[in-house]
Design a protein around this ligand. Structure first.
Ligand code: FES
Ligand SMILES: [Fe+2]
Length: 340
């Protein structure tokens, strides 16, 4: 099976304003475009004539026109050559969808489910896109443990000298891996602390579930006063999608939402602070990806790593990536055989 059978976010709707865009998923290049009437198209990014990139072409009405000899293709991939009108020249078309300000693509005719967004009562804060210089597994590893948060992060996470107090729990189903952590919160910028409604001594709670069709994690972040059990005024919910671009490159696309209990108007007064929250989130994800540049090896295997009590999700994720995302059905049997 191709991993393209799962829905992947590929580019923001806004980015298509200037014309077609070339994107890549697992080495496959795709030209994404928006027609004059607003329909979305996604075609293999190589013209069937002489392989010019269709993403370098331009939209003409409801079609994408190749830059080289002017052949045109509709959203279904049906092509026409001005010089040889009777020739049948079609190209591969993908299924496209618009959701949460993004274009999503999958192989035509697949039956995978679209990822669920459970965001009732949450305000949309914004989306970000980054490129991680690492394979899918190693990128996801970074986003599935909190031991790096004291040293790498500025807002989310724990104090290094109190890491031994942090509790971590894992829950799994056939299709998901859930990790729940809580412990003494790291000190954060006082303005942000005020906005979130936390004081010194609060615990940071981090609860996320990773799904594998496509590979994405849904993070809930909040803070609690351990003395009173009182929760912070603001809760974050972040959806992060991990899309392999090629062997050593992974696109990280995030969609952030937040909920406020401040009694200040609609959305709990969060609206004017969305830029600040976006800025912090962009920075936090950037810090994650920056650290990945320092990996000495891009081997995605966990064999030979000395894993800590926070790293249990790494193996659980790999098994599900192989079985659900890459659809290699005999993975579990192989893993059982290896482990004896
Ligand atoms: S290469 Fe596209 S029209 Fe010739
Ligand atoms: Fe991180």
């Amino acid at each position: 099976m191709s991993i393209l059978e799962h829905w992947h976010p590929v580019t923001s709707i806004r980015s298509l304003k200037k014309g077609p865009i070339g994107v890549k998923i697992d080495g496959q290049e795709i030209a994404v475009f928006r027609t004059k009437s607003g329909a979305l198209g996604a075609l293999a990014d190589a013209c069937p004539h002489r392989r010019m990139r269709l993403s370098l072409g331009r939209v003409q009405g409801e079609k994408l026109m190749c830059h080289y000899h002017g052949w045109t293709f509709d959203c279904e991939g049906q092509g026409e050559s001005p010089g040889t009108p009777k020739m049948h020249a079609c190209t591969k078309a993908y299924e496209v969808k618009q959701a949460h300000g993004y274009v999503w693509v999958r192989e035509a005719g697949s039956e995978t489910e679209f990822p669920q967004f459970d965001i009732d009562g949450f305000l949309y804060i914004g989306s970000t896109e980054h490129q991680a210089p690492a394979p899918l597994e190693l990128t996801l590893d970074n986003f599935c443990e909190i031991e790096h948060t004291p040293t790498v992060h500025a807002v989310f996470g724990y104090e290094l000298n109190k890491m031994h107090e942090v509790q971590v729990k894992f829950e799994t189903t056939e299709k998901t891996v859930r990790v729940i952590n809580h412990g003494p919160a790291k000190r954060i910028n006082p303005i942000l602390a005020r906005l979130i409604g936390i004081r010194r001594g609060y615990e940071f709670w981090d609860d996320w579930t990773t799904h594998f069709s496509p590979v994405h994690s849904i993070y809930d972040h909040w803070w609690i006063d351990p003395q009173t059990g009182k929760e912070s005024k603001v809760r974050w919910r972040v959806y992060i999608f991990f899309t392999p671009v090629e062997a050593n490159l992974t696109r990280v696309t995030s969609f952030t939402f937040a909920k406020s209990r401040w009694p200040f108007g609609p959305a709990g007064g969060l609206r004017p602070f969305r830029w600040l929250m976006r800025k912090h989130l962009r920075r936090e994800i950037g810090l994650d990806l920056h650290i990945l540049k320092g990996l000495a090896s891009h081997n995605p295997s966990i064999e030979g790593m000395k894993l800590s009590r926070f790293d249990k999700a790494l193996g659980l994720n790999r098994e599900r990536i192989e079985r659900i995302y890459r659809k290699k059905s005999d993975t579990r049997q192989e893993l059982t055989l290896i482990s004896g």
